[in-house]
Each structure stands twice: as C-alpha cells, then as structure tokens.
Design a protein around this ligand. Sequence first.
Ligand SMILES: [Zn+2]
Length: 443
Amino acid sequence: MKSMKKLAYHFGIKLRFYPSTKQKQMIKQNYDAQRFVYNQYVGANRLIYHLKRTSKAKQLNSGLPFVMMKMTKYEIEAANRLIEKQELTAKPKNIRDKYDFLRRKEIDSLAIANAIQNYRKAWHNYRKIGHGIPSFHKKSNSWSYQTNCQYPGQKEAYLDNGTVRFIDHKHVKLPKLGIVRIAGLRPLIKERLLNHVSIKIGTVSIKKTADDQFYLSLQLGSDTAFVKSYPKTNSQIGIDLNLDNFLTDSNGVVVANPRFYRKSKRKLAKAQRVLARRQRRAKKEGRNLYQAKNYQKQRLIVARLHDKIRRQRNDFLQVLSTALIKNHDLVVAEELRSRNLLKNHALSQAVSDVGWRSFLNMLAYKADLYGKKFLTIDPKYTTQRCHACGSIMGQNGYKKLTLQARKWTCPVCKNKHIRDWNAAVNILEKGQGIWENPQIKAA
Ligand SMILES: [Zn+2]
C-alpha cells in the first residue's frame, strides 16, 4: 500500500459529528492524554535549556574556557530530573509504562504517538518558519487530538476498510470511540464512497470547539483526482502582499484589506470586557467559574464571536485564492519572513490578522489540486528594483526608496512606478526567471 506522500492527489474534509455523552468523555480523556504527553516533552526541553544557561553563566564567571567546578545541590537535582525525563521521553512506551491513566482502554495509543509528532513539528516550525518555541499546552475549552487511519492486512485503501471508516454516508467508525453520526458529507466524497474509489484516509483530527461543536478533519489521499483541473488560461500573475491593502497584483489590481469584520471585532472586544468583569465578580465572591452561570453564558458568546470572525476571514481568503488559481496558470508570491516580521509587534499583529500565511497555504493547496502552479520567491530587492530596466535603488549611488514613497520615478529609465504594483511585477518576473535571464522577457 502506498504511503500518503506517494499518492498523487490530496484533499482534506471537515465533518461535523454528534458524539454521545460517553463518547464526549472519551474524547476529553484522549485530549487530556495527548496534552499531558506533549507537556512532558516541553518540560524536558525547558530543563535542558535552563541547565545549559546556568552552566554557561558559570563558565563565564570562572573566566576559564571550561568549567571544572563542583555542581551545586540544585544543579545535581536538576540534572537527575533531566536524566529521568530524557529516559521517559525516549520512547512513547516509557511514558505509558510510568503513568497508569495513559494505559486505560479508552486511550488511543495513536493519540500519544501524535503528541510526540506534534511536538517535533512545533520544533520544526520554530526553526524553519520562526514560530515560537514549543510551549506548554494549557487546559482549554476547545479540545482536540489526532489519531490515524490504519489498514492492517488490506491491499488497497478505501473509505470503508480502515480503522477509521465510513459505515455509510451518515456514520463513521473511529478508533476507541466507535460509531458516530455525521452531518453533511460532501457529494464529492459521498460519490466516491458509493462507487468504491480507492482513497486512503491519513491523519484524523477530532475536535471540540469552545461552543461545544464536534468536528472530524480527515486527510485523504488518492491516485484518482478529487476534482477536475481548471482549464489553462495562458496567464501568469505576481502578487505583492502588503499592509496598506491586502494585495496588489502585477496587473495593477488592488484588493483591499478584509476590514469587513471590523464590526464583529468591536463586538468581540465588548463581549470580552463583559466576560472579564464576570470573571472578576465570581472570583471576588469566591465562586467556582465552572458553576458561575452568567460567566459560562458569556464565555459561549465570546467563543461564537471568535468563530464568526474566523469564518469571515476564511471565506475571504478562500474566494480570493480560488479566483487567483482559476484565472492563472502560474501565481508567484513572496516568501513570508515571520522571523523578521515578528520583531515588529504592530506588524506581526497585522500579519496574523490578515492571514497571509493561511492564504499562501491555500494557494499552494489549490494549485496542486487544480493542476496549476504556485511559487514563492525570496523577497530581496522586489520593492527596490525598477522592473522596466532592472536598476536597483540603494545601489550605484541611487537613493533607497522609503516606506512612505507610494509612487516613484526610476532615475535611470525615467519610468513612473506605483510601488506595490512595481513590486508585484518584479515578483512575477523573479518567479519566471527573468531576473537572471532578461532575454525570456524579450522573447
Ligand atoms: Zn528603470
């Protein structure tokens, strides 16, 4: 059986489902187990970091290139704890052997394996993309854990023969949880289920939102395309993502920032103030938050508003990314450099707000799905270069463009430019390889 990666087409689906009270409890237990294991890893790592720092400080204080000083009692203790933790986190089995509750029959062993994988992924994201260092997962009102579909003894993968499988178009069987009723299976998937098309189910996420809705997210892979490719358009486009507008493309079209959810955001801010007030009051009167009725009511209102804003933003990004992929054979954008962006807090807030990263992910995903091409390029010089003659501002005695310069005239070829538009053309041409080979453009 082919691995997920080797399959030609990939697709993700999200299904709402309706667990029983007992199933809800099991979901909570698995969520707790996954969080617990994840946090064990974070804890071990924090300790290593801390020990490294104290030994480094000692080394500096000693003025010697190495340290032969006696360890303090505290350090010996910490080192011992570390050895213990490292042994514990060396194998998933070790953690399960130590903690009884992880061996209970309700606990999905794949949830624990996924905790470790998630932790490694978090480190990868930190190193490669510049996300924060993996931190402790706090207890939350929204739960989630991952499991995987396996196909023991099967030659070919289908939607109905794995450890996660469709019983019919209204029911799914899940590891440990058993059968759950689902709502609204997309016709696209339903058709493949009925016609017995070979589709492999990969990672499965089981989630509860803060307002108590349950969802299944399934990763699917197949050698049969899930959707028809979009026809070729012989059009290529570059997009410049910036803060003044959402994007400017290489044809000079400007897409404004999704400010339409500003109103929802104002509402959210107000609802959050009410929530904070009720929390303070409950605390003052010594009441448990879980029993504080008004607080819980308000918590749901806040959760629903969050959900609404997330959906509004998602809709905007979906529509825009589909249009770009549908209308062009090649889309080129800049790589996001969050490591640099994050240094500037105001900017990083805006970046997370407009959702550039999920936008680029959508473009990559849809290009793959619909038979188009999506590229990201290094943003170096894309703003400072004149696309007409290739001169770069800030070089050869030309003054660098400032952030305020919306429009400028190239001092070499005298062409007039709108900054973002010029950048979008540069992005496209860099993706097309014109920067290195200008003759492509001439031809
Ligand atoms: Zn020029």
